[in-house]
Design a protein around this ligand. Structure first.
Ligand code: 15L
Length: 273
């Protein structure tokens, strides 16, 4: 957790969806510093609310539950939905219907800022020897990446038509430590995750901005030039883990699609039936 003595309360009520997921669990205690009330939600029961929290169960694919969830909310950190490559049905429910339900509820309840957990898998079929920026065309590496590309388009449409601002964070690999060679380039430390989410919540004007959620790794495939106005400055780097990762994984198979493309193993995941 960041030591941010200067972190003022900026929101009355902030909503965190997917609060029971891996990154939702990380953000739950961290986001409390930026609001008076943190409403946390998940499709399953999250148990008792901590001080300053409200717990509300909601399924993304249920429009009525989403309408109730957005009631009285000032801003949303949307971490909910499917976060790995899966068959189409759960992706359709969580990431396609869920995105539209979330934005319709935001429109009807007057919510004006959403931080959307997009993914690097929107551009997973660029090669690992290419450096790309946030304005290059998507190249999704599966149903999951495709659904996140759709989510970014939803965010764009709701900005143009309804003035709802979004920052779509194409999260790299957010884990306590980088686990393999690919993650030396894609790693987002948990503190930098908090930094990029807070920047996305508090930057004065964002319209619809796309940013790669990545730490200050010496090797990096993603150029965030067009998101500089967010003021996101990563302070961590995978480099301190490099020697240990290379010792664990001394060789890479350069013919393996997982080593050729930025999406790694996602480019060959086949849970599609
Ligand atoms: C993601 O989008 C996934 O949610 C996460 O589980 C990781 O696999 C990450 O991408 C990654 O690319 O490492």
């Amino acid at each position: 957790m960041l030591n941010t003595p200067a972190s003022p309360l900026r929101f009355h009520r902030l909503l965190l969806t997917g609060a029971g997921g891996n990154l939702g669990q990380e953000l739950r205690p961290r986001l409390k510093a930026y609001c008076e009330v943190l409403r946390v939600s998940h499709r399953r029961d999250l148990g008792a609310a901590a001080p300053g929290e409200e717990v509300q169960t909601a399924s993304l694919e249920d429009p009525e539950q989403m309408m109730a969830l957005l009631e009285g909310v000032d801003a949303v950190v949307h971490m909910g939905g499917v976060s790995t490559e899966q068959p189409w049905a759960p992706i359709l429910a969580g990431n396609i219907m869920g995105m539209v339900n979330l934005y319709e509820a935001a429109r009807l309840k007057g919510v004006k800022r959403i931080v959307f957990a997009s993914s690097n898998h929107v551009t997973g079929f660029y090669r690992q020897d290419e450096v790309i920026d946030t304005r290059m065309p998507p190249k999704p590496d599966g149903f999951y990446g495709l659904s996140k590309a759709f989510g970014e388009d939803v965010a764009q449409m709701y900005w143009e038509r309804w003035g709802i601002e979004t920052v779509s964070i194409r999260i790299g690999s957010s884990t306590p430590e980088p686990k393999d060679r690919r993650m030396l380039s894609t790693w987002l430390s948990l503190d930098d995750l908090e930094r990029v989410v807070v920047a996305a919540l508090t930057a004065p004007i964002v319209r619809h901005t796309i940013v790669y959620g990545v730490s200050d790794n010496q090797s990096c495939w993603w150029d965030n030039t067009h998101a500089k106005h967010l003021g996101y400055r990563p302070l961590d780097s995978s480099d301190v883990f490099r020697a240990a990762v290379e010792a664990r994984q001394p060789y890479i198979d350069t013919q393996d699609p997982a080593a050729i493309y930025q999406g790694g193993a996602f480019v060959k995941a086949t849970p599609h039936g």
